[in-house]
Design a protein around this ligand. Structure first.
Ligand SMILES: [Zn+2]
Length: 282
């Protein structure tokens, strides 16, 4: 399933769409839709999303309860503005805190998580029903009204394969909720290599509002809602206030506003899309 990211083709736009080097050649960017992809660096083997992903590399805080529960609550409130309690599958559920929040709100939940450490934590510590494995492989055995994938699509081998698998899980009219880093954000433009959302060693794909919209359309989804949030959005209020002097100037510079969300220029791109009701399965 591994695809050649050095190939001269945008995943969404096809073979004849020109693209250009970006960030000193570390990425390619499609001139048609803005999709970016990481060019493998032979000197720095990619540390891909694998069985041991959550056991190192700056993700030690992944299992800390308070910030993860705050983040889960934010995501649940956003999702609940569109979808009521129903059957929900989360691809890449990590330690299971979003599943825990969704179950508490009345959803029937199942998680799929490739990391053994994270899946084990979700099952043993939070009591969540989580299947360890790759979502694309587990998906044919799942059915749901909602599929969520927060910070997953930028990690997968082929986002089209992932999205088609998600579509196959959903009933007609079912919902897909995604969040990915936004390489079209003001902060990404300003900070370049130093933008925390970049992580080219972990992220083969780099999305923009336009490229994600096209990719969703190409895989059988209609975008219902799309906007962006700054990193501060997921920080509890007390933390934001204590660290305002460090956190606020960049966002004010980038968005000219202290607001935590923005139509398209924030760090994190989130979308709710729908599998149309009036099409055949496939
Ligand atoms: Zn493209």
């Amino acid at each position: 399933m591994t695809i050649d990211v050095t190939a001269r083709a945008c995943l969404t736009c096809g073979t004849d769409q020109p693209h250009r080097p970006s960030l000193g050649g570390r990425l390619r960017r499609c001139l048609g839709c803005g999709l970016g992809w990481t060019v493998p660096d032979p000197a720095e083997p990619s540390a891909r999303y694998d069985l041991d992903y959550f056991t190192g590399g700056g993700y030690e805080d992944y299992f800390l309860a308070a910030p993860r529960r705050f983040e889960a609550g934010r995501r649940l409130r956003w999702l609940s503005s569109v979808v009521g309690p129903s059957v929900l599958v989360e691809a890449g559920c990590a330690g299971g805190y979003f599943l825990e929040a969704a179950q508490g709100a009345g959803f029937t939940v199942t998680g799929v998580e490739v990391s053994r450490a994270a899946a084990g934590f979700a099952v043993d510590r939070l009591g969540m029903p989580v299947r360890q494995g790759y979502f694309e492989q587990v998906a044919p055995s799942l059915r749901a009204d909602v599929v969520c994938a927060f910070h997953v699509l930028e990690h997968v081998d082929d986002p089209r394969v992932f999205l088609r698998a998600a579509r196959g899980v959903l009933a007609p009219g079912g919902w897909l909720a995604l969040e990915v880093p936004n390489i079209a954000s003001a902060a990404a433009s300003r900070l370049g290599h130093d933008w925390p959302g970049l992580q080219p060693q972990y992220h083969p794909w780099h999305f923009t509002p336009q490229s994600l919209t096209r990719l969703l359309a190409a895989t059988g989804f209609e975008v219902v809602r799309m906007d962006t949030a700054v990193f501060r959005y997921y920080m509890p209020l007390g933390y934001r206030l204590r660290h305002a002097r460090r956190l606020l100037p960049g966002d004010l510079l980038d968005l000219r506003s202290p607001r935590l969300t923005h139509p398209r220029r924030g760090d994190l791109l989130r979308a709710i899309a729908r599998r149309p009701r009036d099409t055949r399965s496939g």
